[in-house]
Design a protein around this ligand. Sequence first.
Ligand code: FES
Length: 110
Amino acid sequence: MKWYAVPEISPSAEPFVKKVKAGGKNICIVNYEDKLYAVGATCPHAGAELSGGWCKDGKIICPFHRYGYDLQTGRGNPGQNDFIDSYPVELRNGDVYVGIESFWDKVFGK
Ligand code: FES
């Protein structure tokens, strides 16, 4: 796994959902109840930008048709049968980093 700095995000006490690019991927960084999450930026249902959504009960809610995805696991609500990617996030000396596995990491289990 490789860690990528996300300089456009600064830790904040305010909740936010922001789209960034890291490791060649479009990712939403979410600050929800004083914890940072990183999930895929595109809704698998019909392609909406999840950065236009909001959070409720530990899920990010898509602004188009209100499908919900768990911020921790990316799993869709029961009955949706879909998911979004989720990524580990770390704060290092006040900077936000997102961990992204490459294809080869997955193949070789790194
Ligand atoms: S596009 Fe996200 S719920 Fe339909």
